[in-house]
Design a protein around this ligand. Sequence first.
Ligand code: GDP
Ligand code: GDP
Ligand code: MG
Length: 316
Amino acid sequence: MNFFKKLFTKEKKESLDKGLKKSNESFFNKISKVIVGKSKVDDEVLDNLEEVLISSDVGVKTTLKIIDNIESRVAKDKYINSEELDVILKEEIIDIICDSDENDVMSISDHKPHVILVVGVNGVGKTTSIGKMANYYKSLGLKVMIGAADTFRAAAIDQLEIWANRVGVELVKQEMGSDPASVSYDTLESAINKEIDVVLIDTAGRLHNKTNLMNELGKIKRVLQKKNINSPQEILLVIDGSTGQNAFEQAKQFANVTEITSLAVTKLDGTAKGGVVIGISDQFNIPIKFIGVGEGIDDLQTFDKREFVDSFFKKS
Ligand code: GDP
Ligand code: GDP
Ligand code: MG
């Protein structure tokens, strides 16, 4: 089933531009300084460009890759002038962002329900993103159910319930402290009975103890598979873009202990560290599915690398 719609609306673009304003301003200023007064792309320009990318949180490995690619283009075409540099840079960045077919990333399985297990450390925006995702899927005409498998704190269940009520979708919960695997099982069972299309499962954020994390997620997966061997169809890792290099570290740790299928990068509004999106996508080769550009219900966008890079480079 393919529900990906090219929702390239004016509103979406405006909200993306607004959300990336800080990253854009900072990046654009720095790039302009690299280029100003230069007639050709020489080693000095490339060195300065390298600095700009690293200081924009693109990450060292990805930056070096981009610089290498630009260097070989410049070597081939000696007449590239510095004004063309930002066009080339833009192309190279688009190229380096994990090239997954948007239709694949956004599609949901034909055998309902499509279960998305949402993981990540505390405070990155898992619960909020689940609320926004529920709203997104509902707006596509799908039947959505949420499972409150973050049973660690009562407040976590209440917060999710507020979102479920706000969006108007059903929530499956148990008492605080109950087994997250058991909540997940109940949720899937109920979703099957009610012919739900998309199930979103919230989990407790923890990373301090990798063994615990692995055990808990492993157990949730095992129990879900008792009900449906193909579930969960997705394990979505949520990372907080405003933490810059820390977000890289989290992605690395999670990718080591569980099979992450997609990413959501939140809190890109209010930070100049938007470059993390580029590096993370390149380094982990996991598609970015959603980006969070604000706290409102509509502030979770489906990720489109061209739109993203466009906003990033936009002259204001
Ligand atoms: P969780 O612990 O991972 O479930 O994180 P929460 O969903 O509770 O979110 C933690 C805080 O981050 C909340 O105050 C959210 O409103 C905020 N938040 C989440 N996503 C975004 C975003 O894209 N932009 C902004 N500005 N805040 C966000
Ligand atoms: P264990 O605790 O490591 O042995 O993990 P289990 O595979 O027994 O499952 C963990 C939790 O998931 C259990 O406590 C149950 O609440 C729930 N669960 C697992 N299998 C079933 C089942 O067949 N029926 C129901 N109702 N719940 C199940
Ligand atoms: Mg939460």
